[in-house]
Ligand binder design. Sequence first.
Ligand code: MBD
Ligand code: FE
Length: 288
Amino acid sequence: GHRPQAAAESVPDLRALTDEVAASFDGCTNPRLRQLLTDLARTLHAYTIRNDLTPNEWQRAIDFLTEAGHITTDTRQEFILLSDTLGVSSVVDALANSRTPDTTSSAILGPFYVAGPPAAEHGTDIAGDFTGTPMWADITVTDQDGKPVADAVVDVWQSNEDGFYDVQLPDLDGPVLRARFTTGADGRFTFWSILPSAYPIPDDGPVGKMLYTVGRHPYRAPHVHFLINAPGHQPLITQLFVRGGAYLDGAPGQRDAVFGVKDDLITDFVRQTGPTPDGRPVDGEWRQ
Ligand code: MBD
Ligand code: FE
């Protein structure tokens, strides 16, 4: 239950306390750290006072964070999910990457990137034994002038049809649905995979509980991740989304659970039935 809204004049004046805490960081010799901690204290105090937070509510918040910390493992980082589902990851991404004109939009990294994926030749099928709708990707990396970028190193990762990344599946033998490609002189690289499907972010922890408690869902729109590094260029972390896929639009809280979709990253994957570009036999439908 909620306590009755305290009359404004009955709320104690806590400005001196807030000021004292803010000033306690004045001795910090790193000016950026001083600024961030001072404002963090001021922002948290203002939030606490504005909402007339009760001891039980604050304890609940601390329990939530403690629980989040305890379920953190190599392949499960609850605080990333908290940042993602509160939209903070997307705000940080926008601040860092929305000021460069004429580039493909960036997107958030997510919790399932693994540094140094296995190098793969152009045309490799990265899906291993996983089944799904075969997908042929033919991608050209260009610079801001539209010129192809040779020797760009491109890490690709995605989930399988059931919505699991390889690192979530304990019985897998090595990396699957992730690889590192290097672009040719024409800036291109190609690979086979399977069409990504919508899937829930891990929802068996406190973040999942939060989502269900407020009537949100844990689903991400179908996507493939890319990290592109090229000499003389800024790295680009991005994702491509499947046009027509689930959770691309809808009311707030009903679309992509981590606020990760940007319109220019929604990509046509066109249904094909004829011969494949590399003569690979594919039964029935595939997408390009
Ligand atoms: C994902 O697969 C992901 O890409 C993000 C951003 C968050 C949770 C799971
Ligand atoms: Fe993802």
